[in-house]
Design a protein around this ligand. Structure first.
Ligand SMILES: *Cc1c(COP(=O)(O)O)cnc(C)c1O
Length: 461
């Protein structure tokens, strides 16, 4: 067939629009969007004729093609997925899942005006962090608190508001880089501070800090080495010891704790993570940590500490630029309220609930699921329930692993291409399943799988 006669197979726009199926589309999606989509598809069809000398198959049913295109364009960029990667606080998958009470609080703050900076009793308390700051003081024993967009912002604000133009003394072993280009020396420069490194990569002593203090010293700083660990011949000065040096020389001590946990995780059999309240009790002037790491709340940066210093942060121009919005504050307040009832925390706070799951229970879940999905996959893969280890993620406790169980899929023919194809198919599901390819198998760590019914719906498609 000549190219010309192929072109003539494409129906004219007018004719298509007279089709009742198109009237229905126009009713639902609006005339301009339907027309725009139709023109795009016509263009695609012409290109195919020009380059491949063929009319695409979908041209047999134009209304269906337009509908499928419209539906595809409607798919949100931010979509729910199954996080079966084995990393509980996965930064690329949105870190902490929120508690139901936090979800409710956010929905309410979105639907209705809220008392963000308004006191119903007429007392004018100043800023939007007030109510949450009171809660944080109760939970950590701090004098006051400040909330910003994330912990990176918290560090920037602490430095800029208390030590701009001055020297900040930090151990060489703590000049960390967190993912996403957050590096302590760079943040220091952005805050207008002068980095004064002391000690060596593996060993820093109290006298290193003491000797570094001079006329222009603004702060002594501790940074939690959350995403790596230095082992062997090491020495670090802990926060309490540094706080004593600071108090002695009248210089504030700040700590970037990274994750921080408001409860002692060892009571759940989890590795211990430093707690902000312990640092406050030790006399550290300001402590910052993330809202969406172990705390299990929304993305936020939380700073607790001395009243006078927090007042400096609250009145700094950067605070206005870095402040948290009402949805964040609503979620954070609801999350913090759960800590007032610590006995129920492991049930109500999803992060803790997931971290607290025992390997035996996860293994049993695996056995249960394997029975149901093996038939669907047994032709191509050996499906097994295999012991594995989950990690907390987001730089929390980087070397600790939690015993867990995974469904593993190993191709009979040993071809890696099959694994890639399976992973790609699962990524294209309505609720994509995200696993991990490792050691010739595709691993689905079941620690974070709570909705089994939906998972089976997906994996059996
Ligand atoms: C995670 C982390 C940060 C950054 O916190 P965000 O909330 O991700 O901005 C800063 N410092 C340390 C030590 C961290 O672990």
């Amino acid at each position: 067939m000549t190219t010309h006669s192929l072109y003539s197979q494409l129906p004219a726009t007018d004719r298509l629009l007279r089709d009742p199926a198109f009237s229905l589309l126009v009713e639902t999606w609006g005339r301009s969007r339907v027309l725009e989509t139709l023109h795009q598809l016509q263009q695609t069809a012409r290109t195919s004729i020009r380059e491949q000398h063929s009319v695409p198959e979908w041209c047999d049913d134009w209304p269906a093609a337009v509908l499928s295109q419209l539906e595809h364009s409607e798919q949100r960029a931010l979509r729910p997925v199954f996080n079966l990667t084995g990393t509980v606080l996965h930064t690329n998958l949105g870190r902490a899942l929120q508690a139901e009470s936090a979800v409710d609080a956010v929905a309410q703050a979105m639907r209705s005006p809220v008392t963000l900076e308004y006191d119903l009793d007429g007392a004018r308390r100043g800023h939007r962090d007030r109510a949450i700051a009171d809660l944080l003081c109760q939970l950590t024993g701090a004098e006051d608190a400040c909330i910003v967009n994330n912990n990176a912002a918290a560090v920037l604000l602490m430095l800029a508001a208390t030590a701009s133009g001055k020297e900040v003394v930090v151990s060489r072993g703590e000049l960390v880089e967190i993912g996403g280009a957050f590096r302590i020396p760079d943040v220091m420069r952005q805050a207008g501070c002068i980095l004064h490194e002391v000690g060596t990569t593996n060993r820093t002593h109290a006298k290193d800090y003491a000797q570094a203090i001079g006329e222009n010293t603004g702060l002594l700083m501790k940074v939690h080495t959350s995403n790596y660990s230095i082992e062997g011949f090491t020495k670090a000065v802990d926060e309490a010891e540094l706080a004593a040096i600071g108090q002695d020389r009248n210089i504030p001590v700040v700590a970037d704790l990274g994750s921080g946990s408001l409860v002692d995780l060892s009571q759940y059999g989890l590795p211990k993570e430093p707690m902000p309240q312990a640092l406050i009790a030790a006399g550290v002037s300001l402590v910052s940590f993330s809202g969406d790491k172990l705390l299990g709340g929304p993305q936020a940066g939380i700073i607790v500490g001395k009243k006078a210093l927090i007042a400096q942060l609250q009145s700094h121009p950067l605070k206005r630029a870095l402040r948290a919005d009402k949805m964040t504050l609503a979620a954070l307040e609801a999350t913090l309220r759960l800590y007032l009832h610590p006995e129920a925390l492991a049930d109500n706070l999803p992060v803790l609930r997931l971290l607290n799951r025992k390997a035996e229970a996860i293994h049993q879940q695996g056995v249960r699921l394997r029975e149901q999905l093996n038939g669907r996959y047994a032709d191509e893969f050996v499906v097994q329930v295999t012991a594995c280890s989950s990690q907390i993620g987001s730089g929390s406790l980087p070397v600790e692993r939690l015993p867990s169980a995974a469904l593993t899929f190993m191709p009979f023919d040993g071809r890696g291409g099959r694994l890639e194809a399976l992973a790609a198919r699962w990524r294209s599901l309505p609720v994509p399943i995200i696993g991990r390819i490792y050691d010739g198998r595709l691993w689905l760590d079941l620690r974070c799988l709570e909705d089994e019914t939906r998972f089976l719906e997906m994996v059996l498609q």
